[in-house]
Design a protein around this ligand. Structure first.
Ligand SMILES: *Cc1c(COP(=O)(O)O)cnc(C)c1O
Length: 229
């Protein structure tokens, strides 16, 4: 784990870049949330970021998040985002642990969530696999609309999330970010839902994602340093 002061310095630097990118894109201030991807980081690193002002954290693994939240029970006002794949058999634990599920990818999962928690509906984003990569989770672009139709009465569909294919430069990501935004615009008018959230952009490309309309960026290494596992 990096020293607390270094985490604070890095958090403030990233936060400054987020604010600057929002301003430069003529977007309202505060229109992009910085979610810190804290997988593999100890609870102490999360606590350090919290003391620096961070309030949104993203975890990939339900079990790891449960343990970390238990250690961090005294941190008030935190929003926990699930940003890794959710298996239906972990749904109950996930609902107890997370405030937002960013990786909804099947009608079956939505039905399980609804059965466990009909109300208030769980805030969820649909994970879209833009590159069609078999190694990545998420639903194909042409399957998003039918999925929204199938799940909209079971969960709150707040928007879309994506992890674009790794490009050789960050401008490659821009194309995918623009594609997610365009598909959101189209889906919003097709379904009548607002779908206001666009979760896209990580350490290498969050500034570009904001320029393309991200309302949530998920940043890990830029704040916590390289992961050693
Ligand atoms: C790890 C992770 C991130 C953050 O990645 P960095 O490159 O460390 O910023 C963002 N989104 C998801 C889904 C992740 O698993």
């Amino acid at each position: 784990m990096l020293p607390e002061l270094e985490i604070k310095r890095r958090f403030e630097e990233v936060q400054g870049r987020v604010i600057e990118a929002v301003r430069r894109s003529d977007r309202p201030s505060g229109s992009c949330r910085l979610v810190l991807a804290s997988k593999t980081q100890p609870a102490a690193a999360v606590a350090a970021a919290y003391r620096a002002g961070a309030r949104d954290f993203g975890e990939n693994y339900v079990q790891e998040a449960v343990a970390k939240r238990a250690e961090l029970a005294d941190l008030a006002g935190v929003t926990w985002h699930l940003i890794g794949h959710l298996q239906t058999n972990k749904a109950r634990l996930a609902l107890e642990t997370f405030d937002v599920i960013q990786t909804l990818d099947s009608a079956k999962l939505a039905s399980t969530i609804y059965r466990l928690r009909p109300s208030p509906p769980m805030r969820s984003l649909i994970e879209v696999n833009l590159g069609g990569e078999v190694s990545k989770r998420g639903v194909a672009p042409d399957a998003v609309e039918p999925l929204i139709t199938a799940v909209r009465d079971k969960v709150e569909v707040a928007g879309l999330m994506t992890i674009p294919p790794l490009g050789d430069n960050t401008e490659t990501s821009r194309r995918y970010f623009a594609e997610l935004r365009e598909s959101r615009d189209r889906l919003a008018s097709a379904t009548g839902l607002k779908l206001s959230e666009l979760s896209m952009g990580m350490t290498e490309d969050y500034v570009i994602a904001i320029e393309e309309g991200a309302t949530i960026v998920r940043v890990g290494r830029a704040v916590f340093g390289e992961r050693n596992i």
